[in-house]
Write a protein that binds this ligand. Structure first.
Ligand SMILES: O=C(CO)COP(=O)(O)O
Length: 214
């Protein structure tokens, strides 16, 4: 299972979370990765943890003030990028363009979507993975795997129907090992989570508990 911790812009210490994630990663069969803010990518990658960007733009080198260039994200140490997170939504053409930029820079890609119908559309664009995250459950602590298990199973079916080899993650409200196991049982190959670790009093303990039953 991929366990990807999205730090959003939470006021946590990204280096402390990254260091804990790298150390916990060594104790588990799960693959733990961290997605910090762009300005923290390099320092997070230097901890040795698998590092992801939260976003890249559909651009090339050139006159693109304020944008995130895939090549620069890669040079900073990221190995992958989220795209179209519910808090960073893109138009369809921009998702496609950002995927192209990420591929050009050899970044792995996860396209987020709100529901199974969007998952089908996202999967058809050929990312490495898609992540279904119902916005109403994000940050609530109520896990999607429990509150809306159908959404995860339907997302797995929608991705398979798109005919591409795309793995499916789920996210929103995931904070315990039980939630991660439930996600796996629904067909997800990973989880995307944020507040359960980034806002925890002890992020290392939260991470250990997340992967303990795997
Ligand atoms: O948006 C999310 C991860 O990208 C989910 O956030 P929470 O884990 O805080 O619900």
């Amino acid at each position: 299972m991929l366990v990807l911790i999205n730090l959003k812009t939470y006021p946590c210490d990204p280096i402390a979370v990254a260091t804990a994630a790298r150390e916990v990663d060594e104790t588990t069969t799960a693959r733990i990765a961290v997605a910090p803010q762009a300005a923290h990518l390099e320092r997070v990658a230097e901890t040795g943890v698998e590092t992801w960007a939260q976003h890249v733009d559909p651009i090339e080198h050139g006159s693109n003030t304020g944008h995130a260039l895939a090549e620069t994200v890669s040079e900073a140490g990221a190995v992958g990028t989220l795209l179209n997170h519910s808090e960073r939504r893109l138009r369809l053409a921009d998702i496609d363009g950002s995927l192209e930029a990420a591929r050009r820079a050899d970044l792995e890609t996860i396209v987020c979507a709100n529901n199974p119908a969007q998952i089908g559309a996202a999967a058809a664009l050929g990312p490495d993975a898609v992540a279904v995250e119902p916005p109403k459950l994000i940050g609530t602590g109520t896990p999607v795997s429990q509150a809306d298990p159908d959404v995860v199973e339907d997302a797995v079916d929608a991705a398979a129907a798109a005919g591409e080899d795309v793995s499916v993650l789920c996210g929103a409200g995931i904070s315990t090992g039980e939630d991660v196991v439930a996600a796996r049982e629904l067909g997800a190959e990973g989880v995307l989570l944020a507040s359960g670790v980034a806002k925890a009093d002890d992020p290392r303990a939260a991470l250990e508990a997340l992967v303990e039953p795997l």
